[in-house]
Write a protein that binds this ligand. Structure first.
Ligand SMILES: [Zn+2]
Length: 189
């Protein structure tokens, strides 16, 4: 898959967002993205260094090198590594779904990091327990720190609601607890 195709998919994911959410993302500076073909920790290291900022520590580099996508708050930039094995090895339709999900997930992060910069980590852990099984298991097995739980939950829920929406099911799915749905209101989405 070429970069153009990935670009197009991310653009389509962006265009599918309601206008008000696009505006919100523009306000927090999250309307820019770059598709790369390198481990993201290394990309962030280079970008932060070349913009005169403090280089990330080795733990952050290592964990971001594993990521398919990330939101980089310091740079107001979403990065996607289309060279990641999980993307490269997926068949076409899986890859399309994955990239679209990834873009929505990272935009969810951008809003979450802005709205929940200061929160009680035990609240995140409690809410993850209430989440639909798929989301709960992904977060639990993802090796996240407890203070990242709320952000992962919001990012996953954001992507999930967008997927429901483009498939013609807007609003709160019956199986999504209202308390989690309400998090979206708290990030302004
Ligand atoms: Zn995430």
């Amino acid at each position: 898959m070429g970069e153009d195709e990935t670009q197009t998919l991310v653009q389509l994911a962006w265009d599918a967002l309601p206008r008000s959410r696009r505006r919100l993302l523009e306000q927090v500076g999250a309307s820019r993205w770059e598709i790369v073909e390198r481990p993201l920790g290394d990309v962030v290291f280079d970008l932060l260094r070349s913009s005169g900022r403090r280089a990330p520590d080795s733990e952050r580099i290592r964990s971001e090198n594993e990521a398919l996508g990330i939101w980089v708050p310091e740079l107001r930039l979403v990065l996607i590594n289309e060279g990641h094995r999980e993307i490269r090895e997926a068949d076409r339709s899986t890859r399309e779904a994955l990239l679209t999900w990834l873009a929505w997930h990272e935009w969810g992060h951008a809003l979450s990091v802005t709205a929940f910069s200061d929160h009680d980590p035990s609240e995140g852990a409690r809410l993850v327990e209430l989440a639909p099984a798929g989301i709960r298991e992904r977060i639990r097995s993802g090796g996240y720190r407890r203070n990242e739980y709320i952000h992962e939950l919001i990012a996953e829920t954001y992507a999930l609601l967008m997927r429901e929406r483009v498939q013609g099911r807007p609003g709160r799915p019956r199986w999504l607890p209202n308390e989690i749905y309400q998090l979206m209101a708290r990030i302004g989405a």
